[in-house]
Design a protein around this ligand. Structure first.
Ligand SMILES: [Zn+2]
Length: 452
């Protein structure tokens, strides 16, 4: 296997070789934050994705890479490139991120969300600082350094920056998988969000949850129909009443505990580090002691269904003929059928259900050379690191990539201060990332790719 120093050949002509990925990563992240890529779910208001894609494409072209910029709809663009490895017959590794962010309301923030301010305490602020322009910048900085150094990776590395992750990936990863699958030829494994960040146990030890599984998405629309009529009359067939009862039953339902392999491995590892017993019949006791990440882990113990939208009627004295609700359902690997059956039972015979988005749950074995290399890279940069597998309660572009048979792991490494409630920064106000953590991430990812 070639090493970093053996393959310093084919340096890009005229390119200064002194700038390192660690030097660049903060500026790249800051530039990306300053491009407002808010994804409202509506293409008409998502123009920033194309601007960010062009920025990324230019940064890759600058170091001599051939770049594919693919537009699914006007202004919705993704970028893909490939670094040819020393042994292209080996399966390729995909490093990817999404360029879009969820919207931000500036009035709620302590620093403006799209200014990329760096404060005296060493934080870079802005929407996307942790989800996931941090990782985008780390990947970009590393690729640029590899090219400047003329370094050849051991196997092909495919790099992708996707649009539209925050609204279900239709105009980003799913579109590319459907229309340009050849860009991912040979790829078997992928690295992206959400995992690899530290959760402090004490001053010497930090858990690094690595995402090896994610729940399925079941966003559904429920519709009740009834007889329209005058609001003052006796009325037995009111769509609003029928729907409201169904929504209340679903919203109050507690699905049964179901511990998957990944969640069990996480609970056992976390409990061992905390020195507590793990009772798999009563896992909430363990989860409650996990501090800030308990909210993420707690949602991976069972299926969930939260009503999120309601719509019916147009006047106080008119009973409408139809009422609609939206429910955000999330199901564990292997439970989709059972989940649907329970939802339909709760909804009752007078309510119909249709999917807005239904995407598979994923669970990959937490073993093999890549998993070992992720753990080793963390420990090399942080001797107090305790890598553990975990399941994400949300969804990622990994769902789209799995349609090509690609196994995705959430590994965007950040070593964080003990007092930072990192999990609470996702999609939240005052999203920010320590600049030192970005540099740490670059070092870990470099080790990982060198040794994979
Ligand atoms: Zn994300």
């Amino acid at each position: 296997m070639p090493t970093w120093s053996q393959v310093r050949h084919a340096r890009i002509e005229g390119m200064p070789n002194t700038v390192t990925a660690e030097d660049e990563v903060v500026d790249l992240c800051r530039d990306l934050i300053r491009i407002d890529t808010s994804n409202t779910g509506d293409t008409a208001t998502s123009a920033g994705e194309r601007v960010a894609a062009e920025y990324v494409a230019e940064k890759l072209s600058e170091v001599g890479l051939e770049v594919t910029l693919s537009e699914s709809e006007p202004t919705r663009a993704s970028v893909v490139t490939r670094l040819t490895g020393a042994d292209s017959s080996r399966p390729a590794l995909l490093l990817h991120g999404h360029l879009d962010v969820v919207p931000a309301q500036a009035a709620d923030w302590r620093q403006p969300p799209f200014a990329g301010e760096i404060t005296d305490d060493g934080y870079l602020w802005g929407r996307g600082a942790v989800d996931m322009k941090d990782m985008d910048a780390m990947i970009l900085a590393l690729v640029r350094q590899w090219r400047r150094d003329g370094w050849t990776p051991p196997r092909d590395i495919v790099i992708a920056f996707f649009a539209d992750e925050e609204a279900g990936s239709t105009y980003g990863a799913h579109h590319l998988v459907d229309t340009r699958p050849e860009l991912f030829d040979g790829v078997t494994e992928a690295i992206s969000e959400v995992g690899g960040f530290s959760v402090s146990l004490d001053s010497d030890r930090r858990l690094y949850p690595i995402q090896g599984a994610e729940k399925g998405i079941g966003w559904m629309k429920l519709t009740a129909t009834g007889r329209a009529g005058h609001g003052s009359f006796l009325h037995e067939d009111n769509a609003v009443t029928t729907l409201a009862e169904a929504v209340a039953r679903i919203g109050r339902h507690r699905f049964p505990l179901q511990i998957t392999d990944t969640v069990e491995a996480f609970l056992r590892a976390a409990a061992a580090e905390l020195g507590i017993e793990v009772d798999l019949d009563n896992p909430e006791l363990t989860v409650d002691k996990l501090g800030p990440i308990s909210r993420i882990v707690g949602a991976t113990l069972r299926n969930t269904a939260n009503p999120t939208m309601l719509s019916a009627g147009y006047k106080a004295n008119v009973i409408p003929g139809k009422a609609e609700a939206v429910v955000d359902g999330r199901f564990l690997p292997g439970t989709q059928e059972e989940f649907e059956r329970i939802i339909d039972e709760l909804a009752g015979p007078d309510v119909t259900r249709e999917w807005i988005s239904c995407q598979q749950a994923l669970e990959f074995p937490f073993e093999g050379a890549l998993v070992d290399a992720m753990g080793a890279a963390l420990i090399a940069e942080d001797p107090g690191a305790r890598p553990v597998p975990y399941m994400l309660s949300g969804g990622t572009d990994g769902k789209a990539l799995h349609r090509l048979g690609i196994r995705s792991y959430g590994f965007a490494p950040l070593k964080l201060p003990a007092d930072l409630d990192f999990a609470s920064l996702f999609h939240a106000v005052d999203e920010r990332v320590p600049t030192e953590a970005l540099k740490f991430g670059v070092r870990v990812l470099r080790r990982l790719v060198e040794n994979s």
